[in-house]
Design a binder for this molecule. Structure first.
Ligand code: XIL
Length: 405
């Protein structure tokens, strides 16, 4: 009954994959999670590419390696998993010095109704981070996605300003003084929408006008004067024509903001990258380069910091073989981080998840063969992969050590 066993395994893998990405994901019960991790008796050690058994915890963790070189490392956390899967919580605690909620601080999670706020998961995330002396990023206060139905139905040109301001005052105000940074506006540029300024045709733009960005940042600064206020976006990484157009539009927007004294402190480069863009293309080297570095340099010259906010490496275009996929994903992490960490403005690196078990990748456009993607430093059983060692080596090699507060 070999085929039957494989079919069942495939079913469980698919269930994990579908569940893991959804905003309100259900997770496997503790027993199943425990089994996956528990089968690795020495989770504190792993075999690196050169065959040595190396510690991956304590001073050898990603968080410690980054901190030794003036960098913050952390990840996005899935709050459903954090509450249900003790091994996952332990992994996050062991590796991270900064956390961001994958979904729990978005409008969709915080605003079940027009009147009410539900802070249960967001508060739990903040409590977990603070109990473990981790810094916290907030994500996010204004976005075109994950807005609740009631908002889309009831927001008008008359009330949209007030809705946005009240939300930011309440949410940023609640955690004031405790946040490292806030993604105030997420993904506001989309050159394909055809506007001269490159702004995305979003609900906030249509109802409030282009000043929604300025309004959001000013309100966030008043609500939490200490958090580093961040503009966060994707698609500014690659050496493509659209990538270059998007970089130009983002920089122009930032220049306008700085000129008008809009309180912006940092730019988040999401960094959802690809190990390869097409079958047979085994390298990330040609995809990310001078254009991105010019962008980061221009951000630095505006006096702003840069955070890599959501890094993962999709393996969609690679053949099924896991060893080959892991090597290519690790090479992409190495090439990309060596490149961007070459600029001193880059102060933090966060991966979008930490174990492949809960990656968001795959629930939209997954691998054609239906296999789970392997985009993160740890595999689904919590074992450090080649990507872990690549990231740690790049952190270890970063120039002069500087302390961060
Ligand atoms: C994603 C989450 O990972 C998913 O669980 C959710 O279903 C959709 O959103 N850019 C962002 C993040 O800024 O908020 C997105 O997170 C990933 C892309």
């Amino acid at each position: 009954m070999r085929a039957g066993r494989w079919a069942r395994r495939e079913f469980v893998e698919r269930a994990v994959r579908l569940g893991a990405g959804a905003a309100m994901a259900t997770v496997l019960p503790l027993a199943a999670a425990g089994r996956a991790y528990g089968s690795k008796p020495h989770r504190d050690a792993a075999t690196s590419a050169d065959g040595k058994t190396e510690s991956v915890t304590g001073d050898s963790s990603l968080g410690a390696a980054a901190a030794a070189h003036g960098l913050l490392y952390g990840c996005a956390v899935n709050m459903n998993a954090l509450g249900a899967d003790a091994a996952y919580a332990a992994l996050v605690r062991e590796q991270c010095r900064i956390l961001v909620a994958e979904n729990a601080m978005k409008w969709g999670a915080l605003r079940p109704s027009a009147e009410g706020f539900n802070f249960d998961q967001a508060d739990a995330m903040v409590a977990f981070a603070e109990a473990n002396r981790m810094k916290i990023r907030g994500h996010n206060l204004a976005w075109h996605q994950n807005n609740p139905k009631w908002l889309e139905v009831t927001a008008t040109k008359e009330n949209a300003r007030e809705l946005l301001v009240t939300h930011i005052e309440t949410v940023a105000g609640r955690y004031a003084g405790r946040m490292h940074s806030w993604d105030v506006v997420n993904e506001a540029i989309r050159v394909e929408d055809g506007r001269a300024d490159g702004l995305r045709d979003s609900m906030w733009l249509r109802l409030v006008g282009e000043e929604y960005i300025e309004l959001a940042f000013k309100t966030a600064r008043e609500a939490d004067p200490q958090a580093l206020l961040t503009y966060n976006d994707y698609g500014i990484e690659a050496e493509t024509r659209v990538g270059e157009q998007k970089r130009e539009a983002v920089i122009e927007m930032l220049r306008r903001m700085v000129a008008r004294h809009v309180p912006v402190d940092a730019v988040g480069v999401q960094s959802h990258i690809a190990a390869a863009v097409s079958a047979g293309n085994k390298s990330a080297a040609s995809q990310y380069g001078a254009g991105l570095m010019r962008f980061i340099g221009a951000v630095r010259e505006l006096g702003l910091q840069v955070f890599v906010t959501e890094m993962d490496v999709n393996d969609r275009a690679l053949a099924a073989d896991e060893v080959g996929r892991d090597a290519a994903v690790a090479a992409a992490y190495r090439q990309y981080l060596e490149l961007v960490l070459g600029d001193p403005a880059v102060k933090a690196v966060l991966t979008w998840g930490i174990t492949d078990r809960y990656t968001w990748l795959g629930h939209e456009e997954g691998r054609a063969d239906g296999k789970l993607e392997r985009p993160l430093p740890f595999d689904a059983a919590g074992k450090a992969k080649a990507a872990f060692f690549a990231v740690r080596e790049v952190f270890d090699q970063r120039g002069t050590a500087v302390s961060h507060g």
